[in-house]
Write a protein that binds this ligand. Structure first.
Ligand code: SAH
Ligand code: SF4
Length: 435
């Protein structure tokens, strides 16, 4: 979603004469689009700001003599607000993820100096208008495009900052989404990934005026000529619904790969996290999806070392990982976040225990991922190529399961779904030959 937001910021500023620079040194405006989900992401913001401060000073030196405006956008901006300008007084502007459609007007305000001094802007509103109504239509797109359809979250898992930084759940009207998808395809997108914090909780106004679910919306998107692949992320187990299972059964463009975060394999921890489902219910969802589409594979998110997690809870997580046989997954040490209920618990787990558990979870996940990738050897897979590899004459694409495939070829193959025979399966990628 941050990538999507970043592209939209660039689209918004383009008509005002701004373009993307290759390096910060050349930038008149530097915008950090930030993430607040874990402490590490937040620390990065402050170290990046330190680097930008040096660039700003250098640019103001006699030789160049051009100022650089520094802005902090995204969820750290939302959460920290004016605290950022206090800690880093060279920051000119702070804004949250729901107010970036006002960037052109905020930048114009910054250009205004009173007695040679610039006023700082801190905009962490959750405006009544939807930013989506103010975002311009893009004139270029990657082959694999993102489309935000839902934002925010009302679930309040006890570890998570999203409901506070992105705000309440909002679903865009289906008509707007379908128009945006058609436009993206008309300018070259072959694959669209629908985005939302709880994308399968989508409940927007349908074209018939009734509320539509994500499942319902997918059927209409699948009608778009030239749209070869559809994905959606991130889903919450509680928001799986019948029309969505049906969509997985019926829609061949809907890729057989689903990211369905579970966080833990222990009922006790799931309950403490306020996830509102147990392990058994999660397994039933996996089963139903496998019944709907037998070639489906799964990815997930795991948090290790949540407060009060015991060795036994941790073993339950490993057992769940092995039971489902995830094709891929992300795993994180629990990071206490300001203002969340879990951060105030007295049963925090020591860092070294978290590190040990993370290593064990990742060992298990990596073993499964390698086995999944190796199981592709000898198969012919459809791959959508969209980027240059490390070497000249090498290109990279993605399988239905999001595995990266490298192949000898050139950029004339970008945007095509090609049949590739897989010769090698590695930990993080596949390689093969075009047939
Ligand atoms: N809405 C999605 C997840 C969005 S956040 C869901 O509910 O599944 C993305 C991932 O970041 C989460 O799945 C979780 O694994 C991780 N995460 C969120 N807060 C975290 C925290 N405080 N510490 C560690 N990981 C966290
Ligand atoms: Fe965060 Fe996802 Fe829980 Fe919402 S559902 S609070 S985004 S982890």
């Amino acid at each position: 979603m941050n990538v999507y937001d970043g592209q939209k910021m660039a689209d918004l500023l383009k008509p005002h004469g701004y373009s993307i620079t290759e390096s910060a040194e050349d930038a008149d405006v530097a915008i950090l689009n930030t993430c607040h989900i874990r402490e590490k992401a937040e620390h990065k913001v402050f170290s990046d700001l330190g680097r930008l401060q040096v660039v700003k000073k250098d640019r103001l030196s006699a030789e160049i003599n051009r100022d650089m405006l520094i802005a902090v956008g995204g969820c750290v901006g939302q959460a920290e607000g004016a605290e950022i300008t206090r800690q880093a007084p060279y920051v000119d502007m702070v804004f949250g993820p729901q107010s970036y459609h006002r960037l052109p007007e905020m930048l114009a305000q910054l250009e205004h100096k009173v007695k040679g001094k610039r006023r700082k802007i801190v905009n962490t509103d959750f405006p009544v208008e939807s930013k989506f109504d103010f975002l311009p239509t893009p004139d270029e797109t990657p082959v694999s495009a993102f489309l935000s359809i839902q934002e925010g979250c009302d679930k309040f898992c006890h570890f998570c900052v999203v409901p506070y930084t992105r705000g309440a759940e909002y679903s865009r009207p289906a008509l707007k989404i379908i128009q945006e998808a058609k436009h993206l395809v008309s300018i070259g997108a072959k694959e669209i990934t629908l985005l939302g914090q709880n994308v399968n909780g989508y409940h927007g106004e349908g074209i018939n005026g009734r509320e539509w679910s994500l499942g319902r919306l997918l059927y209409d998107l699948a009608e778009i000529d030239g749209l070869k692949r559809i994905r959606y992320t991130t889903s919450h187990p509680l928001d799986m619904h019948d029309e969505l299972y049906d969509a997985h059964r019926d829609i061949k463009q809907l890729m057989p790969f689903l990211h369905l975060p579970v966080q833990s394999g222990s009922d006790k921890i799931l309950n403490a996290m306020n996830r509102k489902h147990n392990v058994d219910e999660y397994l039933k969802i996996i089963e139903k999806l496998r019944t709907a589409r037998k070639d489906i594979a799964f990815s997930s998110d795991f948090i290790v070392g949540y407060p009060s997690e015991t060795d036994l809870d941790h073993k339950d997580t490993i057992a769940l990982i092995e039971k489902v046989g995830f094709a891929q997954a992300y795993s994180f040490k629990y990071s206490p976040r300001p203002g969340t209920p879990a951060s105030a618990l007295l049963t925090q787990i020591p860092e070294d225990v978290k590190a040990q558990r993370l290593a064990e979870v990742q060992y298990s996940l990596n073993t499964l991922q390698l086995a999944f990738n190796e199981s592709m050897v000898g198969q012919t897979m459809e791959v959508l190529f969209d980027r240059q590899g490390k070497f000249p004459k090498q290109i990279i694409g993605k399988t239905e399961y999001m595995q990266s495939v490298t192949l000898d070829g050139d950029c004339s193959l970008f945007g095509n779904l090609l049949k590739v025979r897989i010769n090698n399966g590695h930990g993080n990628s596949l390689s093969g030959e075009y047939i």
